[in-house]
Design a protein around this ligand. Sequence first.
Ligand SMILES: Cc1cc2nc3c(=O)[nH]c(=O)nc-3n(C[C@H](O)[C@H](O)[C@H](O)COP(=O)(O)OP(=O)(O)OC[C@H]3O[C@@H](n4cnc5c(N)ncnc54)[C@H](O)[C@@H]3O)c2cc1C
Length: 433
Amino acid sequence: MDSDTNFKQLRVAVIGGGLGGLSAAIALRRSGHLVEIYERRNFNVEVGAAVSCAANGTQWLREWEVDIPSMKPVVLMKLVMHDWETGEILNQYDLENYEEQWGNVYNMFHRQDMHAGLLRAATSPDGLGTPATVVVDHVCESVDYEKGTVTFQNGRTTIADLIIGSDGIRSVVRREIGIIPSVKSAPQTCYRCNVRRTDVERLGLQPYSLEPAIHYWGGMPQNESSTTRSQFYKVVMSPCSDYDIVSFYCFMPTEMTNHTKEGFSFIEVPVSDITKGCYDSLDDDCLALIKNSIDRMPWRLYKHEPYPHWQKGKVCILGDAAHPMMPHQSQGACQAIEDAAALGIIFSSTYDFTNNIAQGLALYERIRKPRGTRVQEASWRATLNINERIGFTSLTAHDTALAALSGKLTINEMNAYRMHDHIHEEVSKLACL
Ligand SMILES: Cc1cc2nc3c(=O)[nH]c(=O)nc-3n(C[C@H](O)[C@H](O)[C@H](O)COP(=O)(O)OP(=O)(O)OC[C@H]3O[C@@H](n4cnc5c(N)ncnc54)[C@H](O)[C@@H]3O)c2cc1C
């Protein structure tokens, strides 16, 4: 299968221009295909907070020659745990050796910066392949997975050899390939907000918020006698956007919110929506930052059971459409990037799947579903128990074996994974049939 003689350029329709859809467009244009991205809205309304891009995501940005500095990264160097009430530092992990160990840095991006950088890489005349085109204000209404047609709410249609459903957590494409999600409300909800660096400095707020570190408060299970604060109270803070923004994720038990809409909404909430309940007793310095925040948006969390399949006919799903996960492994964007990378490799001239889309998509599902689902399930376990979160420090062989026995997701598993080799092995098995 190591020949490019049968390679065929595909017409690819990407439905949804979020981080996953744009990554797929980059990977597939670089593999020689003609890509059109259909997005339901205009990108100007984008908001967001910090998005983690660990080594397993950064690896692909580098392979795709994305201009990472233009995405204003903050390279993570430290992980700091604070006491909820006093702010006292309970624990600190040094990530100074992270790049040396894993070959790539751990980037924190502001979602808008990451989105803008990926959009440039997908559509720029520079770079390998034909630039992807973007069609905004097109809401996908239905898809015919056999014919390869897409119909939009405005009555327009398009036809493609390959359709990628990267339309997020409430995916229409997913429904069109016969998946009915089994969803339940999570016991924890979240508010995202940002603090401007200028406000941190002007108001004399905590300067440590501008260090290359993620800071945590809470999240630990309380002992049984505690009736006050559950593990669902947690604050995660990190700088992003060249340190111009300090991003907050403020978690609390679901019964503390009235917001029910899943996904990323644009309803700005008053600060009091966040600072009620046990936030009364939060470390004063941290609370002062939250009280001076902007872009305060609810992010209601739901648990999706893994889906039975990720592809049908000419259609596949990726990113949040395929494996919506809780945020506690910080892998949502990285897993979407990995999905995109797999499609780019499978439909490259190295293999022969451009002449057999269904077989290529079956391989995509075989490569990506077990790993994506494993991270999805681990993100749920980490909601209930923070100790299930991927460790940041290197694990010894003994630790790795123990973690593997207990089923815990390990950093080795995430960062030492070699997708090119994995695909090659699977294709070799197919060739033997
Ligand atoms: C506005 C927004 C803000 C976010 N903020 C954060 C954040 O602060 N922190 C964080 O960790 N994660 C955030 N995320 C999620 C994070 O980006 C994703 O979990 C991850 O990157 C996977 O990306 P995705 O492309 O699969 O999904 P998404 O990033 O959700 O992208 C899906 C895209 O599909 C489009 N779409 C949906 N339905 C249709 C349709 N029917 N037709 C056409 N287009 C459609 C959406 O408008 C969106 O652009 C945010 C997502 C969005 C959309």
